[in-house]
Design a protein around this ligand. Structure first.
Ligand code: 7PJ
Length: 273
């Protein structure tokens, strides 16, 4: 059994709280307000029991526009510094090497890249940081990925991709003990693909690096329940439990307190076995 980074060593699944800072206004006042709101939300999620706060300044939702490097740094770095000063563990949700380096300088604990370090310069930047990295699978690019996702065998193809990226990281000097993997629910996947990945999540846990699962409030849950985004908490809790039962080590969520209750149920039942 190889050693993993301490961030992955917990006996119980970690809860990663989602913190998006994607302002749609450019006035200073609105930005300040946005910062204060984000900070308050981080404090709220920490009080609810979040183990990691995932700070993202680039919207990767289907159809979202791209963000310039300087703008993304301006959004995430001050927030990383403040949330770190609260004593929290923080990850940065980015694909840009410059943002990774700036976030590392600001004290971030983990890099979470939906492009699995495939952007030019990202592998080298992450290697220079020597931080834990989450490698996520995505088919296509955010703007167009939901147009017509296609796989012959989604589980096998995503698994193969992640194994390749683990090897690329090792070759670039990022030890496997720093890595976690994520099948990327909703990133270039139909409902059928997402369900197949969820049902076979244990196949990813078996690869020997921790698995992160992010399904919170996603459209796959809207498709199943017919509910709008803010009414998807119960469905999010259901899939969080399914992920925990298949060995996921980090669950990325909006609803931290409720997911912490799910985790209590999971742990209590695991002890009995
Ligand atoms: C994910 C993510 C995910 C990882 C987003 C949203 C879209 N990072 N960043 N996994 N999703 N690792 O939260 O709806 O599933 S942004």
């Amino acid at each position: 059994m190889f050693k993993t980074h301490s961030i992955y060593n917990a006996e119980i699944p970690l809860i990663m709280g989602i913190l998006n800072v994607t302002p749609d206004s450019f006035s200073d006042g609105a930005k300040y307000n946005q910062f204060d709101k984000a900070l308050a939300h981080a404090e709220y999620m920490l009080a609810e029991g979040a183990d990691i706060i995932d700070i993202g300044g680039e919207s990767t939702r289907p159809g979202a526009a791209e963000v310039a490097v300087a703008e993304e740094i301006e959004r995430v770095v001050p927030l990383i510094e403040r949330v770190k000063s609260l004593g929290a563990r923080v990850s940065v949700d980015t694909s840009k090497p410059e943002v990774m380096l700036a976030a590392a300088d600001a004290g971030v604990d983990m890099i979470n890249d939906v492009r699995a370090l495939q952007s030019p310069g990202a592998l080298a930047a992450a290697a220079a940081c020597q931080l834990p990295v989450c490698l996520m699978h995505m088919q296509g690019q955010p703007r167009t990925m939901q147009a017509n996702p296609q796989y012959a065998d989604v589980v096998e193809e995503v698994r193969h991709f992640l194994i390749e990226r683990i090897h690329a990281c090792e070759k670039a000097g990022i030890a496997s003990r720093l890595l976690s993997i994520d099948p990327g629910f909703g990133f270039g996947k139909t409902l059928t693909h997402n369900i197949a990945l969820l049902n076979h999540l244990s196949a990813f846990s078996q690869l020997g690096v921790p698995v992160l699962a992010g399904m919170s409030r996603k459209s796959m849950l809207g498709q199943i329940t017919g509910r709008e985004v803010h009414d998807r908490m119960p469905a999010s809790l259901a899939v969080a439990l399914m992920a925990m039962q298949q060995g996921a080590k980090i669950i990325r969520v909006h609803d931290v307190a409720e997911t912490a209750d799910v985790r209590k149920v999971f742990i209590a039942c695991r002890k009995e076995q």
